[in-house]
Design a protein around this ligand. Structure first.
Ligand SMILES: N[C@@H](CCC(=O)N[C@@H](CS)C(=O)NCC(=O)O)C(=O)O
Ligand SMILES: *[C@@H]1O[C@H](CO)[C@@H](O)[C@H](O)[C@H]1NC(C)=O
Ligand SMILES: *[C@@H]1O[C@H](CO)[C@@H](O)[C@H](O)[C@H]1NC(C)=O
Ligand SMILES: *[C@@H]1O[C@H](CO)[C@@H](O)[C@H](O)[C@H]1NC(C)=O
Length: 217
């Protein structure tokens, strides 16, 4: 049976799953919720995602939610079966360093970035109110601090662990939206960060994502 991804193609966490599937050379089917209400119904909460979120994955009857858990599952099950892309290294210490950077991504990168993008991109649509410039500025400051550290970490390296991995990939969709909303300067003004960003987004799989999901809106 085909792998089914339940989510909206514009949602950053759903894009992560599509991107992983593409890197691994897997085919999949997308099921879009009919409305935002659908992911809050008792049926959806009971059978798909108890917190009422997307994405959610069904792999031949195996059900899993939370994007990073879905990504690890897909890699652990399918890496190496369709092509030679390595997203999680087999070496235990290399894999541990990748996990370290995924924790960095969640804690210090995605946390302020999501806060900033929520204000700039989603607040109006979801809550009908204007972005709170105090929140935007605080989040931007936090991100500046994080990116200063990334600038050092990426010195002399093309990727966070030295080799492309799931840790790099997990940064892509949200950062892409930050560029779209005019905040790209945060990345561009740091030469090592900007080299990394160009490198990871020039991969075939991400270029295909942009075309297929019409992401340059
Ligand atoms: N921690 C979750 C986050 C998922 C998430 O926040 N999804 C958003 C879309 S990007 C969502 O379902 N929003 C709908 C809502 O919260 O009502 C993951 O990694 O999968
Ligand atoms: C794996 O397959 C996908 C889709 O065909 C492709 O985008 C990706 O570049 C491939 N990776 C390798 C290492 O062959
Ligand atoms: C970024 O990298 C260059 C060399 O690639 C280096 O000279 C520079 O000091 C780095 N920046 C920081 C803040 O570490
Ligand atoms: C990205 O880094 C890899 C590994 O060092 C290198 O082979 C490749 O040419 C770089 N790609 C781009 C687009 O900079």
């Amino acid at each position: 049976m085909t792998i089914q991804v339940f989510g909206y193609p514009k949602s950053t966490f759903t894009l992560v799953i599509f991107h992983v599937l593409k890197e691994l050379g897997l085919s999949y089917e997308t099921v879009q919720p009919s409305s935002h209400e659908e992911i809050k119904t008792p049926e959806y909460l009971a059978t798909k995602h108890p917190f009422g979120k997307i994405p959610y994955l069904d792999d031949d009857g195996f059900h899993i939610y939370e994007s990073r858990a879905i990504a690890r599952y897909l890699v652990n099950k399918y890496q190496g079966t369709k092509n030679s892309t390595v997203l999680i290294p087999s070496d235990v210490q290399k894999a541990a360093l990748m996990e370290q950077f995924i924790s960095v991504e969640i804690s210090y990168y995605t946390s302020p970035l999501f806060k900033m993008l929520f204000e700039l991109l989603m607040k109006k649509r979801l809550q009908g109110s204007e972005p709170d410039s105090k929140i935007v500025n605080e989040a931007r400051e936090e991100l500046e601090t994080t990116l200063d550290v990334y600038e050092k970490l990426l010195e002399g390296k093309d990727y966070l662990t030295g080799e492309f991995s799931l840790a790099d990939l997990l940064h892509i969709p949200l950062t892409f939206y930050a560029f779209n909303v005019g905040e790209g300067d945060l990345w561009n003004k740091r030469p090592n960060v900007s080299r990394w960003w160009k490198n990871i987004t020039e991969r075939e799989s991400w270029k295909n994502m942009i075309t297929e999901y019409n992401l340059t809106a």
